[in-house]
Design a protein around this ligand. Structure first.
Ligand code: ADP
Ligand code: GN1
Ligand code: MG
Length: 380
C-alpha cells in the first residue's frame, strides 16, 4: 500500500541540497528508511569521515498531502525549537540533545523543495538515544509524562498567535465526527459492511464529541501551545540514563488543549496491547500506567493546570482515543489514503483497538476519576 511514496525517488537530490557530505562528516555510507511514523517518510543517513568518525542525520520528506503548507509548518518548527533552545540553555541543559535542531540547506534555508515539488528537511540525529514503540516499564511512561508536561511549560510563554495551524481542526472531535459521517456516506460499501459493529459504536457516542470544544468556547478551558501527537514514539529517551530526553515530531505543535496531549499519550501508552493489535482480548486500559502518567504529567505541568483541566483528564483520554478510532475507521472506509498501512484492513484493526480501549475506559471511569483526584494537587 502507501508505505513509501514514489516521490522518494528524489532522495539523492534532497541529500545533495544539505551539508551532509562535507570535509568534516566525510562520505555518505548508508541511507535507509527509518522509524514507524504513519505520516512522513523518514530516512537515516550515515556518514563516515576518513578517520572513521560517524555522523548521522534524520532526513524527512514531509507529507504535503496532509500538511498543506510545509513552509509554514517549518516556520513553526524553527520558531518552537529556537524557543526551546533558549529555555533549555537558561536551565543549564544541553540544547543539542534536549530539542530537535533544524539543519539548514547549503543555501541557508530551513527546508528544500526538490524538482518534483516534494519538501524535505534534515535534523542532526540525536545520538545515544532510544525510541520506544511500547511502554516497557511504568517508570519510562512516568518519565515521558513529566517530559510532556514540562514541554508544555517550556512553551507557556511562547506567543500562541505566531503559530500556523498546520492541520486545521486537528483535535476538534466534532469536526472529526463530521468527516467520519461523510466517509460513511461516501466510502466503500463493502468495507462498511465489515465494520458494522464499529460504525454503531462510533455513532452511539456522538454526544461526547463536543464536550471539550464547548468548554473551550465557554472559556472554561484555556487554549495553550500543545504538541498534539504525544504518542510514546514521539519522544527520545537517553540510552545511558533512560530518562526522557527530547520531544520530537513537532509538526502538529499548535494552539490546543492540555487534554489533547494527556489524552493521546494515554491512548497509545496505557493500552495493554499495540495500536494495531488484532487480538482484542489483549487490549485494555492499564490503570497502573494511567496512574503513573497522571502523576508524571501533573508534576511536569507543575501546578499550571486549572482545576477544570484536571477534572477533565479522563475525558481527554477517552475522547482522544475515540477520535483516533473514527479517523482510522474513516480512512479504512475511504481507501487508506491518510495513515500508512502495512497489511490488509490495517486501519480497521487500528480502529477496533481504539474502540475496545474506549469501552474499557468507560468501564473503568470511576477508577480513572479517583486516580485523577489523588494527584490533583501535585504536592501530595
Ligand atoms: P512521523 O511524523 O512520520 O511520525 P517522526 O518525526 O516521529 O516521523 O520520526 C520518525 C522516527 O524517527 C521517530 O520515531 C524516531 O525514532 C526517529 N527520529 C526522528 N527524529 C530523530 C532525531 N533527531 N534523532 C534520532 N531519531 C529521530
Ligand atoms: C499519526 O505521525 P505519527 O505517526 O506520529 C497522526 C496522529 C495519530 C497517530 C496514530 C499528523 O502520528 O494524529 O494520532 O498517527 N499524525 C498526524 O498513531 O495525523
Ligand atoms: Mg512520529
Amino acid at each position: 500500500m502507501n508505505t513509501e511514496h514514489p516521490a522518494c525517488a528524489k532522495i539523492d537530490e534532497a541529500i545533495a541540497a544539505f551539508p551532509i557530505e562535507t570535509a568534516q562528516n566525510g562520505s555518505l555510507v548508508e541511507r535507509r528508511p527509518y522509524g514507524n511514523g504513519h505520516i512522513n517518510d523518514t530516512f537515516l543517513l550515515r556518514c563516515t569521515s576518513p578517520d572513521q568518525n560517524e555522523t548521522k542525520f534524520i532526513l524527512q520528506r514531509m507529507n504535503h498531502d496532509i500538511f498543506k503548507n510545509p513552509p509554514q509548518l517549518m516556520e513553526n518548527v524553527v520558531q518552537v525549537t529556537q524557543h526551546l533552545r533558549r529555555t533549555i540553555l537558561s536551565q543549564g541543559g544541553d540544547p543539542n540533545r534536549e530539542t530537535l535542531n533544524v539543519l539548514q540547506t547549503r543555501n541557508g534555508a530551513d527546508w528544500y523543495q526538490d524538482s518534483s515539488q516534494n519538501y524535505w528537511r534534515v535534523f542532526p540525529f540525536i545520538e545515544r538515544s532510544v525510541c520506544l514503540e511500547k511502554v516497557e516499564s511504568e517508570k519510562d511512561f512516568y518519565d515521558s509524562a513529566v517530559a510532556f508536561g514540562n514541554f508544555q511549560r517550556q512553551l507557556a510563554d511562547f506567543p500562541v498567535r505566531k503559530l500556523h495551524e498546520t492541520i486545521p481542526n486537528f483535535h476538534n472531535t466534532s469536526s472529526r465526527f463530521e468527516d467520519f459521517q461523510k466517509a460513511v456516506q461516501e466510502g466503500d460499501q463493502s468495507r462498511a459492511a465489515l465494520a458494522q459493529a464499529e460504525l454503531a459504536f462510533a455513532l452511539d457516542r456522538k454526544q461526547d464529541t463536543a464536550v471539550l470544544t464547548n468548554l473551550l468556547a465557554e472559556g472554561k478551558l484555556p487554549l495553550r501551545v500543545t504538541h498534539n501527537d504525544t504518542k510514546l514514539n514521539n519522544i527520545l529517551f537517553d540510552a545511558d540514563t533512560h530518562k526522557a530526553l527530547c520531544i520530537i515530531d513537532l509538526d502538529t505543535v499548535m494552539p490546543g488543549l492540555s487534554l489533547y496531549d494527556f489524552g493521546d499519550s494515554i491512548r497509545f501508552g496505557a493500552n495493554t496491547g499495540a495500536e494495531d493489535e488484532t487480538d482484542l482480548s489483549k487490549v485494555e486500559l492499564d490503570l497502573s500506567l494511567f496512574e503513573a502518567f497522571t502523576k508524571g504529567y501533573l508534576e511536569g505541568c507543575a501546578g499550571s493546570l486549572a482545576p477544570k483541566e484536571i477534572e477533565m483528564l479522563p475525558m481527554g483520554a477517552k475522547l482522544m482515543t475515540y477520535e483516533c478510532g473514527i479517523r482510522f475507521l474513516a480512512d479504512f472506509l475511504t481507501g487508506d489514503h491518510y495513515f500508512k498501512t502495512h497489511r490488509e484492513h490495517h486501519n480497521l484493526d487500528r480502529a477496533r483497538t481504539q474502540f475496545k480501549l474506549v469501552a474499557d475506559m468507560e468501564a473503568k471511569w470511576h477508577d480513572m476519576t479517583v486516580i485523577v483526584k489523588k494527584y490533583e494537587n501535585p504536592a501530595k
